[in-house]
Every structure is written in C-alpha cells, then in structure tokens.
Design a protein around this ligand. Structure first.
Ligand SMILES: [Zn+2]
Length: 172
C-alpha cells in the first residue's frame, strides 16, 4: 500500500461519511414530518443520497462504509427524536410509537412540523457543504474515484441551486 492509496481511501471514506449522514438525515426527516409536500421533498433528497452511496461503494467497496465518519453537515439533532405535544414524552424518530405510551395520544401528536421553505433551506445549505467536502476529497483521489467525487460535487451544487430556486418561488 502506497500512501497515495491510503489518502484516496481516506478521501472516499470522508465522502461516504457525508453521504451516509445525508441519507440518515433525510430518512429521519421523512419519518418525522406529516405534511405531504415536505415528506416528498425529503424522500426525493434521500433517494439521491442513496444513489450517491451506491456509486461511492462501487468505487470504494462496502467496507469503506463501516470506516466512514459523519462530518456533521446535516442537522441530525433536529430530527433524531420526536416529542409528544400533549405530554412531552420523547421517542426515537426511528421508533415513533403509534400512540403515546405515556398519555395515549395518537401518533400525530409526535409528528414534527417542518415548513417546506425550511426543507429547501436545509437542502441548499447541506448541498453546498457536501459539495465542498466532495471537491476537497477529489484532490486526494485519482482516476475513477476522482471523477466520481467531482461528479458528486457538481450534482450537489446543482441541487443547492435547485433548492434556492424552490425557495425563491415559495417566497414570491
Ligand atoms: Zn403523550
């Protein structure tokens, strides 16, 4: 193993960490909200992250996913837990109960309200951040890995621009 290869696998692990974090965030956000347009937006962004992960794993191998470290780009704290608005009982979003185990309120008592504008803001901001991370990773990679990282950076920059456009339309 040369150090060049080591740097490249580190770069890929960083990129995978960012994508896994995005996928985790969008899955949780999709589960936590009820408003259909917001749900659909998060679902679509999650699908894109899933496709990016598949491309990275095709180059880096699935072992790299285990070594990946989440960079803290996405606001995971905002969606990891849900709270019953009747009694304040807190549950993991992943295991959102069908009724509150504390007060018996129906499932909707746990659903979060995230405005569509907020969803696009998150998409714009995180898209830009992950694009920067992909570009920085690309400088440590060569060949197919470098091309892929540059493509992913372009894709996320494009997504951020799209999100800005959606946001501008909402505010018009
Ligand atoms: Zn409750």
């Amino acid at each position: 193993m040369t150090s060049k290869v080591g740097k490249e696998s580190d770069a890929l692990a960083r990129a995978i960490g960012a994508v896994v974090e995005g996928l985790t965030f969008y899955d949780l956000a999709n589960a936590a909200v009820a408003e259909m347009r917001v749900k659909v937006a998060f679902e679509e962004m999650g699908r894109r992250k899933k496709a990016q992960l598949a491309k990275l794993e095709a180059v880096a191998g699935t072992n790299a996913t285990h070594a990946a470290v989440m960079p803290g780009i996405y606001p995971l704290d905002a969606v990891a837990k849900v709270e019953c608005y009747v009694c304040g009982f807190v549950a993991e979003t992943k295991a959102m109960p069908s009724a509150c185990p504390s007060c018996g309120a129906a499932r909707y008592a746990f659903e979060k309200e995230i405005a569509l504008a907020k969803a696009w803001e998150i998409a714009s901001e995180t898209g830009r951040h992950s694009a920067v991370l992909f570009r920085a990773s690309a400088t440590h990679a060569a060949g197919a890995a470098r091309t892929l990282l540059e493509d992913l950076a372009k894709e996320d920059e494009g997504q951020a621009v799209q999100a800005d456009r959606q946001l501008a339309e909402l505010r018009a």
